[in-house]
Design a protein around this ligand. Structure first.
Ligand SMILES: Nc1ncnc2c1ncn2[C@@H]1O[C@H](COP(=O)(O)OP(=O)(O)OP(=O)(O)O)[C@@H](O)[C@H]1O
Ligand SMILES: [Mg+2]
Length: 429
């Protein structure tokens, strides 16, 4: 993209500072706009980013990706000027998610070539205005000011029982999907990270991944994240936690926009967290997220049982060998005892083509459950784990990626959530 934009004169302007007309001092380190809005520019190319930022003077936040910028959301209104690299379908899908979930964010797209299709797609995604090169600086500044004035600025919602009560009865909370197995190393975290990243890329609403393997969670490593906060920070502030705060505690996976709440850095912290606390936290996350994926350890404890109980869907991950199948069978029996409805369960057969040659049909018959996905055994998986980049991103065309994408499709629009009813059915009979 930078090739087309290398000639910055095509933007038609010299470097100038922000116009006083929108009430921003020329040397401001924090160029506040009407409504107290902040200003940010995003473009993958640093030169383009710098050029756009220079149109507004100092103090403009510049990000290489929309995901990176998302980390500051919840800190007040913001106008985001998107550079030409953000005209891609995936970035416009992010705009759509922002506009449907966050009235405090307004976006402007700057493009090197304006076509009718791009204009229509951008406006439909929720971009407030599209400006094409060469840039008219006055027009750009006016547009930013106009969009800032039009932002619907809300005060952070107060935390407390009233909000949590409302979420309980609301019925429109995000879909809670737990990834579970009673066999260690069966592929839960690989499934959780790939499913979550796929959903985040395809879903209009925020997608959150929570690592509930509190002692040895490795979701952050698998996504190559360096989290500032973990589940422990959220739980320790639970009584005063609100949507904006929980938002701020998440680490953003830049490539997908996925929000991640990782496991504690010290295994010892795990003991301090109860199932009831985790459920309270998850309820809060459900109030703004479209999907919440929870990665679990391979055993039942208070946290696991509480989360399984409130999950809309439980994905059971099983490898294709006798110990795995035996463990899944025991796990199913325990879930049945817990009165968890059978329709919540989805079986993922991992390494489904492995050399062990257990017959998939036989396994499904034994477990009395049909597999929702067959994930092949593939060296791309350990490679992706070591790289910290999920297969759906690093080997998008592989059979493994296709299996996870297809699994994610089951949880996107139109896919029914297992009915939340008090008339729970048991597994067998
Ligand atoms: N389909 C696959 N093909 C090849 N290797 C795989 C596949 N799925 C998982 N693996 C390998 O198995 C290892 C264990 O997977 P993962 O960490 O997802 O298991 P887990 O169930 O989360 O384990 P734990 O119970 O310890 O949390 C991964 O590091 C990965 O390299
Ligand atoms: Mg794991």
């Amino acid at each position: 993209m930078i090739e087309e934009l290398n000639d910055f004169s095509s933007f038609g302007l010299d470097d100038q500072s922000f116009s006083p007309e929108v009430g921003v001092p020329e040397t401001s380190a924090d160029p506040r706009l009407p409504n107290g809005a902040a200003l940010a520019v995003v473009d993958a190319d640093q030169a383009v980013r710098d050029y756009l930022a220079s149109q507004f003077g100092e103090g403009v936040a510049a990000s290489a990706s929309m995901g990176e910028l998302e980390a500051r959301f919840g800190m007040g209104p913001i106008v985001v000027v998107l550079g030409p690299s953000c005209a891609s379908p995936s970035d416009l899908a992010t705009v759509e998610r922002w506009s449907s979930t966050n009235p405090e964010v307004g976006t402007i797209l700057v493009t090197s070539e304006l076509t009718t299709t791009l204009l229509q797609t951008a406006l439909r995604a929720g971009v407030k205005d599209v400006i094409s090169a060469p840039i008219d600086q006055i027009q750009l500044i006016d547009t930013v000011g106009r969009i800032a004035s039009g932002l619907s600025v809300s005060k952070p919602q107060p935390a407390g029982p009233s909000e949590l009560d409302q979420i309980e009865v609301d019925g429109s909370e995000g879909r809670l999907i737990s990834i579970f197995s009673t066999k260690g190393g069966s592929g839960k975290s690989v499934t959780a990270t790939n499913l979550a990243v796929s959903l985040a890329r395809r879903s209009a609403k925020p997608v959150v991944l929570v690592d509930a393997h509190l002692q040895f969670g490795d979701v952050a490593v698998m996504l190559k994240l360096q989290p500032q906060h973990t589940v422990v920070d959220a739980i320790s502030q639970l009584d005063r936690l609100d949507v904006a705060m929980v938002h701020d505690l998440m680490t953003i996976h830049e490539e997908s926009g996925l929000m991640v709440l990782p496991a504690p850095l010290e295994p010892a912290f795990a003991d301090q967290i109860s199932g009831a606390q985790m459920v309270q936290l998850i309820r809060l996350v459900q109030s703004f997220a479209g999907h919440i994926i929870i990665d679990m350890p391979a055993f039942f404890n208070d946290v696991v049982l509480s989360l399984l109980e409130v999950s809309d869907d439980i994905i059971l991950v099983a490898g294709l060998d006798i110990p795995n199948i035996k463990n899944v069978k025991l796990g199913l029996a325990t879930l049945a005892l817990l009165d968890i409805p059978r329709e919540k369960l989805h079986l993922v057969l991992n390494r489904a083509d492995s050399k062990v040659k257990l017959d998939v049909g036989e396994v499904e018959k034994t477990l009395q459950i049909q597999a929702a996905a067959h994930v092949p055994s593939d060296v791309t998986v350990p490679i992706s784990v070591n790289k910290g980049s999920p297969v759906v991103l690093s080997s998008a065309k592989s059979g493994v990626a296709r299996a996870f994408e297809q699994l994610a499709g089951r949880f996107l629009d139109g896919a029914p959530v297992a009915e939340k009813s008090s008339t729970r059915r048991k597994f067998f009979g």
